[in-house]
Design a binder for this molecule. Structure first.
Ligand code: NOJ
Length: 516
């Protein structure tokens, strides 16, 4: 039987900003339940929710205070369980965000670990054995907290200063205070994380997007031990919840997939060249035609080989950490970008609001968002109060909204057959209709040259060979192509033809054709 990921298209929800069902200005879980049919109608059949656990929200919930309790502003554990059930009724899946690398400073484990006297949580975080010995300078540690707590030591942080690093040990310990990876305290942390995942899996959660998955074990050159740690986690999944999935924020698919993750994301940092396509001065998907997909394709192919052609590399439209894709591409350019995103192997991820081309706003930081805040604004549902996001007074909203006259809204785009929304919907239907276009269909690049257009690749399975030809640039172009056209499956912006081994494609055009 096919794994549910095979035909999945994910929709990422930043819960704060999706839909407010209780008029307090902040989105909530019941709001997500009310919009499940909408998400399904767009063509997405799986959800990733950013962290919705108890938190002081110093980093929008990535600073967890209790892994097993929903933050009251979003609802209750019962509400989340209800969401799992409602999603399953609609044949949809829900994954939660899991943050195993650090907690907030308000987590009870951390409070215990700060005490002067040893206790069972003393080893849960990475502490040096004297306040005069800093822990900041080791591989995988981004800083330290010193002099704030009764305990005589400094403690490592993973990201912001309010995110103390959990202790999974050091692969190559050099100091007496550095735990080995098989020490009781390091194994204790690992066990606590398994228990937290088990807690949600037992309630119906379908898996996790794992935050900073590659960062758990310190001084781990080449991620050798971190890979083994995740193999152990995957074994636990396979034993207890074989349908559940693990998707990593790692950005290095070869390592992540070796660790047992089902999929890895390409990110706005790291070696993938993801940004060349959508977010740079001259993105490949811009109609000016000055972009370059070559380095992206080169890296992609390398990873594809390294992951045994499993192809489980997720290319998101955006996420809560990146500028909105609409900052660089207008809605017409975006249609061709989506023809790419929805025809690549792996599982597509659509960030809420990207389906209508919501804009990136310049806003003051909210909840540790800084320049990411502009991509986290409340969803624009319709032209009513607060764009239909909430009935609360405007100043109570999570962030300000796009006040421009032509701010895109869902209702407007659903009513307009030529909209970006409808193009995405059409592409989602086509993707599911042809298994060759789904997650594990093969890919072979047919044409991709440095600083040249088009980009052409073949997706295939035992039954079909589908050629995807994309020419985002404004000029008509051609390239060598060893296939014969059989049937046009999808076309946008013009017709392509293949004659005597040459493919001709007009400017600003995308096409999928079955070939022989
Ligand atoms: C990555 C998350 O996506 C980001 O939002 C968060 O701030 C950091 N990890 C720290 O958890």
């Amino acid at each position: 039987m096919k794994h549910w990921l095979e035909e999945s298209i994910f929709y990422e929800i930043y819960p704060q900003s999706f839909y407010d069902s209780n008029d307090d200005g902040i989105g909530d879980i019941q709001g997500i339940v009310e919009k499940l049919d909408y998400i399904k109608s767009l063509g997405c059949n799986a959800l990733w929710l950013n962290p919705c656990y108890m938190s002081p929200f110093g980093d929008a919930g990535y600073d967890v205070a209790d892994y097993c309790q929903v933050a009251p502003r979003y609802g209750t554990n019962g509400d989340l369980e209800h969401l799992f059930g409602e999603a399953h009724k609609r044949e949809m899946h829900v994954i939660l965000d899991f943050v195993p690398g650090h907690t907030s400073t308000e987590h009870p484990w951390f409070r215990e670990s700060c005490k002067a006297e040893p206790n069972p949580y003393w080893g849960r975080y990475i502490w040096s054995d004297s306040i005069w010995v800093d822990v900041a300078d080791y591989e995988g540690i981004s800083g330290s907290l010193r002099g704030l707590y009764p305990r005589n030591g400094s403690v490592a942080v993973n990201f912001f200063s309010n995110q103390p690093a959990l202790n999974y040990g050091f692969a190559n310990p050099t100091e007496p205070w550095q735990s080995t990876i098989d020490s009781p305290e390091a194994l204790g942390t690992r066990q606590a994380m398994k228990d937290a995942m088990r807690f949600w899996l037992a309630k119906g959660c379908d898996g996790f997007r794992v935050d900073m998955a590659g960062s758990l074990i310190k001084n781990d050159y080449g991620s050798v031990e971190t890979i083994k740690l995740w193999q152990d986690m995957r074994a636990f999944f396979d034993r207890e919840y074989p349908d559940a999935v693990l998707i990593s924020e790692w950005g290095e698919p070869d390592k992540s997939l070796m660790g047992g993750f089902h999929m890895d994301f390409l990110l706005h940092y790291g070696p993938s060249h993801y940004m060349d396509l959508f977010r740079c001065e001259h993105p490949f998907f811009g109609r000016e035609g000055k972009g370059d997909a070559f380095s992206f394709v080169e890296t992609y192919q390398k990873n594809y080989q390294l992951t045994n052609k499993k192809g489980m590399i997720c290319i998101p439209s955006g996420n809560h950490d990146m500028e909105r894709i609409r900052k660089y591409l207008d809605c017409e350019e975006l249609k061709i970008a989506y023809a790419f995103l929805l025809s690549m192997p792996g599982v597509p991820f659509l960030y809420y609001g990207d389906e209508i081309g919501m804009r990136h706003l310049e806003l003051p930081s909210v909840e540790g968002g800084y320049d990411r805040t502009g991509a986290r604004t409340p969803m624009q549902w319709d032209n009513g109060k607060n764009y239909g996001f909430s009935k609360a007074a405007g100043e109570m909203l999570y962030t300000a909204q796009d006040m421009s006259e032509d701010a895109p809204v869902v209702s407007g785009q659903m009513a307009e057959p030529d909209s970006l929304w409808h193009e995405i919907q059409k592409l989602a239907v086509i993707r599911r209709k042809y298994p060759a276009l789904c997650a594990s269909g093969d890919i072979e690049f047919v044409y991709c040259e440095k600083e040249k257009y088009p980009l052409v690749y073949l997706r295939s399975d035992a039954d079909n060979k589908i050629l995807v030809a994309l020419n985002p640039g404004g000029e008509d172009v051609s390239c060598a192509c060893p296939y014969e056209m059989e049937k046009v499956i999808y076309t946008l912006g013009g017709e392509i033809k293949i004659e005597k081994g040459v493919l001709y494609i007009p400017g600003e055009c995308a096409a999928f054709v079955s070939v022989l």
